[in-house]
Design a protein around this ligand. Structure first.
Ligand SMILES: NC(=O)C1=CN([C@@H]2O[C@H](COP(=O)(O)OP(=O)(O)OC[C@H]3O[C@@H](n4cnc5c(N)ncnc54)[C@H](OP(=O)(O)O)[C@@H]3O)[C@@H](O)[C@H]2O)C=CC1
Ligand SMILES: C[C@]12CC(=O)[C@H]3[C@@H](CCC4=CC(=O)CC[C@@]43C)[C@@H]1CC[C@@H]2C(=O)CO
Length: 271
């Protein structure tokens, strides 16, 4: 007898079987896990990243897991032509890639935020603009992966938070524009807490972060579910993301307490 969770998963699998899905930033981390879940669901998948050898490995694994088809486009997003990713038709666009960032005090280097805006924001805008005609035709979905740091200021990810806040501005406004246009394309903003991707970026900060990171596999499945169910936002892990968002506007000095609660700030290098 299937649990309610199991029944929902069956419904999601049927919704995504045969659907055409793009996942950016899928050579590792959360994006790689999303590709594997979509493969198990029998989707037609296109994945992007810079490292071709990693994309080839992920593609092989997706084929073995049952993808209806799997293609990849390798290249850096800040200068990739979106058209190269858009084959015949699209049902879901999952924008997940992220430029590497420094976790620590922002020293005023303008070039880093400038480059990060290109990778984390403008390429999301360009991909969305190019995909919209196909998504309007298929009544599809856009899923943009953000962070708690894109809703609540984080003292050690200033340039990164700047880009993630920008995603909220763009996709929240685009969602309202599509509603006014009666265009049946859903926009889901995924607000993620700390996720265990096992990457160097995570390891570099694990000694500073007090809370336990959530599993990337479950995170990836929740992102896909939220897109398939056309949710406006996903908060994952639910408690550690939703509580700060509620308290942020109601409790004075909450942000300072949050920073000190989830991070051991004395351990953040000041150099
Ligand atoms: N991990 C966490 O704790 C959290 C993650 N998130 C968000 O989740 C998403 C995935 O993060 P995560 O899995 O941890 O990240 P990873 O660093 O594990 O993966 C990032 C992906 O993006 C690709 N990428 C990096 N730079 C570029 C570029 N310039 N052009 C194209 N592709 C690029 C990488 O592949 P390659 O290097 O081969 O190009 C890789 O596939 C991001 O949007 C991140 O902001 C949000 C909150 C918390
Ligand atoms: C920046 C990065 C991804 C994040 O958003 C987290 C950050 C570590 C501290 C955090 C704790 C949270 O509860 C919210 C998320 C976040 C700000 C991560 C360090 C490296 C991660 C990265 O570069 C993207 O993978």
């Amino acid at each position: 007898v299937l649990s309610n969770h199991g029944k929902l998963l069956c419904v999601i699998m049927k919704m995504l079987k045969g659907k055409r899905v793009i996942v950016t930033g899928a050579s590792s981390g959360i994006g790689e896990q999303m590709a594997y879940h979509l493969a198990r669901m029998g989707s037609h998948i296109l994945i992007t990243a810079r490292t071709e050898v990693k994309l080839q490995k992920v593609s092989t694994q997706c084929r073995e897991l049952g993808a209806a088809s799997i293609h990849y486009v390798s290249g850096s997003m800040e200068n990739m032509s979106p058209q190269s990713c858009l084959l015949g038709g699209l049902d879901m666009l999952i924008l997940n890639h992220v430029g590497s960032t420094h976790f620590g005090y922002f020293k005023g280097d303008i070039e880093h935020p400038r480059k990060l805006l290109e990778i984390n924001v403008l390429s999301y805008v360009a991909m969305t603009v190019s995909a919209l005609p196909m998504l309007k035709e298929s009544r599809g979905s856009v899923v943009a992966v953000s962070s708690l740091a894109g809703k609540v200021g984080n003292p050690f990810t200033v340039p990164y938070s700047t880009t993630k806040f920008a995603l909220d501005g763009f996709f929240s406004s685009l969602r309202q524009m599509l509603i006014v246009e009666n265009a049946n394309v859903s926009i889901t903003l995924c607000v993620l807490g700390y996720i265990n991707t096992g990457k160097a970026a995570m390891k570099a900060v694990s000694h500073v972060i007090c809370n336990k990171p959530a599993p990337k596999e479950e995170c990836a499945l929740e992102i896909i579910k939220s897109g398939a169910l056309r949710q406006r936002e996903l908060h994952y892990p639910y408690i550690s993301v939703t509580i700060p968002l509620i308290l942020r506007d109601w409790v004075p000095d909450f942000l300072d307490a949050l920073t000190r609660n989830i991070m051991d700030i004395e351990k953040v290098e000041r150099t």
